[in-house]
Design a protein around this ligand. Structure first.
Ligand code: ZN
Length: 248
């Protein structure tokens, strides 16, 4: 009993109110203490979160923060910039399509359609309300996704000898994922990936199909990816740098 009490006492956090006042930081700063061993700082869209061990002194946390202040400000700036670059379908906005930056043009026309020229992505239709524009654009990308992704996925699964494990290919626009593979052999793709360059789309197919071999991201898994997509690191890098521009 005493041991338990002692342990409880030792582990109880110092009296923090959960906030930290630090000059020069762009967002409010929240302190979260837990049984972790090291200090870490995360820049969220609306706050800075410092994760700290239970018993570390507030003074040390503040010192840690001021040491990393420049990094925190840079990360925040990056987030603001990225949010401004999210995909928008208003007339005159810019869109990243197959690694080219095109200008979105909305044109009244009797029939709904999407066309790509050297510099423009033209969305036309009889009703160009924001919802309708999104629906036309979505239909156009879904059509491309359906024409390309299932056949390619099937071919690669057969090539890797896991054709019988692949049960289904489905499409869904999820919040933060390009693809997903379930233990039951269902592969799900986000149709927005059709905006990416062909190499990136191919890498995503390899990524998901290789999960039919290994349901993890272990070194053996990445070896399998490299065997069918030797340049995969380049495509992972492309996604890291540009994927926020494909979301809306
Ligand atoms: Zn994965």
């Amino acid at each position: 009993m005493l041991k338990f009490m002692l342990k409880q006492r030792l582990n109880s956090p110092p009296s923090d109110d959960g906030t930290l006042t630090v000059d020069g930081l762009p967002l409010p700063c929240h302190l979260v203490r837990s049984r972790r061993k090291s200090l870490a700082v995360h820049v969220r869209h609306d706050r800075i979160e410092v994760r700290a061990p239970l018993r570390i002194a507030r003074r040390d946390i503040l010192q840690f923060l001021s040491r990393h202040q420049a990094w925190v400000c840079r990360k925040h700036q990056e987030k603001v910039q990225r949010a401004a670059e999210h995909l928008s379908l208003t007339d005159g906005s810019e869109i990243l399509y197959k690694a080219r930056t095109l200008t979105v043009r909305l044109r009244a026309a009797p029939r709904s359609a999407v066309a790509v020229s050297t510099r423009e992505l033209i969305i036309s239709g009889p009703d160009l309300s924001p919802d309708k524009v999104t629906a036309i654009f979505k239909g156009w990308l879904q059509e491309q996704a359906k024409a390309w992704l299932p056949a390619r996925t099937r071919a690669l699964a057969d090539h890797l000898g896991v054709g019988t494990k692949l049960k289904d290919v489905v499409f869904r626009k999820t919040k933060s994922k390009w693809g997903h593979c379930t233990a039951q052999g269902r592969i799900q793709y986000n149709w927005l990936i059709m905006l990416a360059p062909d190499g990136v789309i191919d890498y995503m197919i390899c990524h998901e199909v290789c999960h039919l071999l290994h349901m993890n991201h272990s070194p053996v898994y990445w070896q399998a990816v490299a065997s069918v997509c030797p340049d995969y690191k380049r495509y992972v890098g492309w996604l890291k740098q540009h994927e926020h521009r494909l979301w809306f």
